[in-house]
Design a protein around this ligand. Structure first.
Ligand SMILES: Nc1nc2c(c(=O)[nH]1)N[C@H]1C(S)=C(S)[C@@H](COP(=O)(O)OP(=O)(O)OC[C@H]3O[C@@H](n4cnc5c(=O)[nH]c(N)nc54)[C@H](O)[C@@H]3O)O[C@H]1N2
Ligand SMILES: Nc1nc2c(c(=O)[nH]1)N[C@H]1C(S)=C(S)[C@@H](COP(=O)(O)OP(=O)(O)OC[C@H]3O[C@@H](n4cnc5c(=O)[nH]c(N)nc54)[C@H](O)[C@@H]3O)O[C@H]1N2
Ligand SMILES: [Mo]
Length: 783
């Protein structure tokens, strides 16, 4: 048997948080040469007048604690505030071809970008260019292209102000091609939730969290991805509020947590149990798990009704506020327990237990994340969560509701202010009116469609506002092989990443100010705004000296591009808008009068102001005028998540030490992994069936139905506690395995949590520290 150094040993089960979290945060800060003690920077995070944490989209409380940040927020800030620099000297030393052999971690670890850079194909190197040259070369090129062959990508750290200008710029070019990170993330929510309740956003606020008496967390890993949520979970658990988790993996933060902000727990080493019930279901089993709970509730109500006891369903709510109840109730009554057990890998008793907790509670909140949205039938799964809530009127009353936990700190806001490939007519009319030009009406591309256009050779310009598109997308190898055919690629970023190195015929990297940095424009210090997962909008003001004098803010860069590309298409005072962001917000208020009334006055309200949210007031903006019980009468999950199908369902996961494609270190502390990202988490029986032992090396072969071979190699087997039929490995190393066509039926969101794969044993062991590349060293398949 090969080395078992990555083995998740059974006693390696410390609580989440605690000193481990403090030490890890400190280590990252010192790695980036930032002092932790009394650090003013961290203390200003998530406070009125301070800056919004660039990491996740968890809301800020009205009365923040002295230190309102978490381990991973501290890492994100350290990452941005690093003293390391990636300047022209660095680029002079390395060709792009050479840099492409570096790992994601090594690239970003070079530090902050300092100068605008243009690619020189002859030397295969990036060279410094001045801003004026860069902007005018890009602008001149863009204006000469067919507008339908221009793509504008947005990543979710972009502020409302920048995103609003970005969509204006794109529409002035004449396109609605706005692929967006959200298209790989919560797009499922954005599309499927309105069908149910008339709005694509969550319905709860932090106040509701304080009044809820049972919480369901489905397919979301707060301990790593929104650690500030853990303090709330901790408080609820201490009060005895049941917390019910549905997740194939026993995620540490959902099991036990030591609150680093509690001196008692830190001193005594005591940890609070978080989940009262943990259901390790099969990937993609959520549709039937939720329907199983609904079956329990409906049948309990049938019995109560027959016996003349108090009803279990909220019959008044169902009658007044919902549509489609009878059909749904009949459907779940007729589901067989054998099917439910087969598809969920849970027992009838477990589902009944969850149902009992649900029925006992008066106010229930359901949270969900990527474990729900990233499936072929993700939208269906989400609608079953809503059905469950509707049965007992858990929507639009204090302490209850739907709570999708968004990813990037402003991904929700970007969509609110117009980053959308399918804009609605009233919005376009307002845009026409306010900016004095005819906005394009034809729908544009989302991320999947943009990738398809690249594959067809139909893209001439790719403009990236943040993010790492060519690393985050599905079908990675196929799409990235085509980037060289694109006429021009441009990325606005803060650190060097792989997307910057996958160059079109011309290529530019434009360095931007980060969230933590002081943004000085003609009229003084500027504030930007963001919207969190709870639809709260608030200001964020950077405070650090910028990493380089050549950095520019995203609004400044967009205005610069617009002046060079589309100055003649509408009478817009770009310089005036950038001189004072209040003027950008005034324009946003004109375009969205219902959302942003008195925007500039309200942006500094502690905790932010809330955007209107119909469903939370039981106003249902759906075609029926009611909340809809929706389901697809098809029991077979199109993800084929049944055992014995010969392949496994691969979940592509985040480690505790990464932010999407940004890798902070090769460790995943909560899952017991050290110094390696090329691992696969497998069930013991699945290992046995394939003759695999811990430490063996494997390759993944995708089992897609389009006849195209997709393979990545060099993953080390780790025995792990997860249901048979599923396995897990890290994203983005596994992204070449995802067929573009393997996506949520409604929203095109890549089904990254149920990738059908064959696991092929390799004969020879590799060194432990395989670089975190898509394809590791190629080994010979075992006979
Ligand atoms: N530190 C850190 N914070 C982050 C990020 C980061 O990478 N690092 N990313 C940000 C972004 S953009 C996003 S979208 C969020 C992502 O945050 P999450 O929504 O938590 O996303 P993931 O970690 O991808 O996966 C969520 C969980 O789903 C479980 N899961 C997988 N398949 C299934 C399934 O079929 N059913 C169920 N019930 N569960 C399943 C996995 O085991 C995992 O625990 O976090 C944001 N915050
Ligand atoms: N297989 C698989 N694929 C996935 C996922 C998965 O779970 N599995 N998750 C998907 C999800 S949920 C998402 S959201 C996407 C993420 O996709 P992206 O949003 O495209 O990727 P990030 O890794 O968040 O982007 C990191 C880069 O952003 C830049 N950056 C950071 N801060 C700033 C800033 O302030 N301004 C600017 N201009 N640039 C900045 C830096 O250069 C950094 O390298 O990936 C998706 N892809
Ligand atoms: Mo995301």
């Amino acid at each position: 048997m090969a080395s078992d150094k990555n083995r998740k040993s059974d006693h390696d089960d410390h609580a989440a948080g605690g000193w481990g979290a403090v030490n890890a945060a400190e280590k990252q800060l010192s790695r980036q040469k930032i002092l932790m003690k009394g650090n003013k920077l961290l203390l200003s995070m998530n406070k009125p007048g301070g800056f919004d944490c660039p990491s996740c989209a968890w809301p800020d409380p009205k009365k923040p604690k002295l230190a309102e940040y978490c381990e991973n927020g501290a890492k994100a800030v350290a990452w941005e505030a690093t003293k390391k620099r990636t300047g022209p000297d660095f680029f002079a030393e390395h060709t792009v071809t050479e840099l492409l052999t570096w790992s994601d971690f090594e690239l970003e670890d070079q530090g902050r970008l300092t100068h605008p850079m243009g690619y020189n194909a002859e030397t295969d190197k990036y060279e410094a260019v001045d801003w004026h040259t860069a902007l005018s070369e890009i602008g001149t090129f863009v204006r000469e292209q067919d507008r339908k062959r221009v793509e504008l990508y947005t990543s979710g750290r972009t502020s409302n102000e920048a995103a609003f200008l970005w969509q204006l710029y794109g529409r002035l070019i004449g396109t609605n091609n706005f692929p967006d990170c959200s298209n790989m993330c919560h797009e499922t929510t954005t599309v499927a939730l309105p069908e149910s309740i008339g709005i694509g956003k969550g319905t709860v606020t932090l106040d509701d969290w304080e009044h809820c008496d049972a919480l369901f967390i489905i397919g979301q890993n707060p301990g790593t991805n929104s650690p500030r949520m853990l303090s709330y979970l901790h408080e609820m658990a201490m009060k005895g509020v049941p917390i019910v988790s549905f997740n194939p993996l026993k995620e540490r933060g959902l099991v036990r947590f030591t609150d680093p902000q509690s001196p008692r727990e830190m001193l005594t080493g005591k940890a609070q149990q978080i989940s009262s019930n943990y259901f390790q279901l099969r990937t993609g089993g959520d549709i039937l798990a939720m329907q199983g709970i609904c079956k329990v509730v409906v049948e309990a109500d049938d019995a109560a009704k027959a016996a003349g006891r108090e009803r279990v369903l909220d019959v008044d709510f169902i009658a007044e506020h919902t549509h489609g109840f009878e059909a749904f109730a009949d459907y779940v009554r007729n589901l067989s327990w054998a099917d439910i057990e087969l598809y969920t890998a849970l027992t009838r008793e477990q589902i009944e237990q969850a149902g009992e907790i649900y029925m006992k509670a008066n106010n229930v909140i359901c949270c969900w994340g990527m474990g729900i949205t990233q499936h072929r039938r993700g939208g269906d799964a989400l609608q079953q969560i809503i059905n469950m809530l509707l049965l007992r009127g858990n929507m639009g009353k204090p302490g209850a509701g739907a709570c999708p936990i968004r990813g990037h700190s402003n991904v929700q806001g970007d969509r609110t202010v117009g980053i959308y490939q399918k804009p609605k007519e009233p919005f376009l009319q307002k845009m026409d009116e306010v900016f004095g030009f005819e906005n394009p009406r034809e729908w544009g591309h989302d991320t999947a469609e943009c990738c398809e256009a690249i594959l067809r050779g139909d893209v001439d310009v790719f403009l990236g506002m943040g993010g790492n598109f060519f690393r985050a997308i599905p079908d990675l190898d196929r799409v990235t092989a085509k980037v060289k055919d694109i006429g021009l690629t441009m990325h606005v970023g803060t650190k060097l990443n792989r997307s910057h190195l996958l160059t079109g015929k011309r290529a530019y990297i434009l360095p931007a100010l980060g969230r933590t940095e002081l943004d000085e424009q003609e009229c003084g210090k500027q504030t930007i705004t963001v919207e969190d997962s709870f639809s709260m909008v608030h200001g964020s003001t950077g405070m650090l000296k910028p990493a380089s004098e050549h950095l520019r803010s995203e609004p400044w860069i967009i205005a610069g591009l617009a002046k060079e590309t589309v100055a003649d298409r509408a009478p817009i005072d770009w310089d005036g808008l950038v001189a004072d962001y209040d003027r950008i917000r005034d324009k946003m208020e004109e375009v969205f009068p219902d959302l942003f009334e008195n925007f500039n006055e309200r942006l500094m309200v502690p905790g932010g102001f809330r955007l209107p949210n119909g469903a939370s007031e039981r106003v249902w903006n759906t075609p029926t005028g009611k909340a809809n019980f929706l389901f697809t009468p098809n029991i077979k999950d199109s993800d084929d998540a049944v055992p014995d199908s010969g392949h496994l369902q691969l979940m592509t996961l985040r480690s505790h030490d990464q932010f999407n494609t940004t890798v902070y270190s090769l460790n995943d502390r909560y899952r017991g992994i050290k110094d390696d990202r090329m691992v696969v988490f497998m069930n013991e029986r699945d290992m046995e069936e394939r003759g695999l032992s811990e430490g063996d090396m494997i390759a993944f072969e995708a089992a897609a139905d389009d006849g195209i071979e997709r393979r990545v190699s060099g993953f080390k087997v780790v025995r792990y506690d997860l249901p048979q039929g599923c396995c897990g490995a890290y994203y983005p190393e596994t992204n070449p395995l995802l067929a573009l066509s393997h996506r949520d039926e409604r929203s095109n969101t890549p089904a990254s949590k149920s990738v059908p794969v064959k696991v092929v044993a390799l004969t020879q062991a590799t060194p432990a520290n395989t670089v975190s590349e898509g394809a590791g060293p190629e080994l010979v398949p075992a006979e």
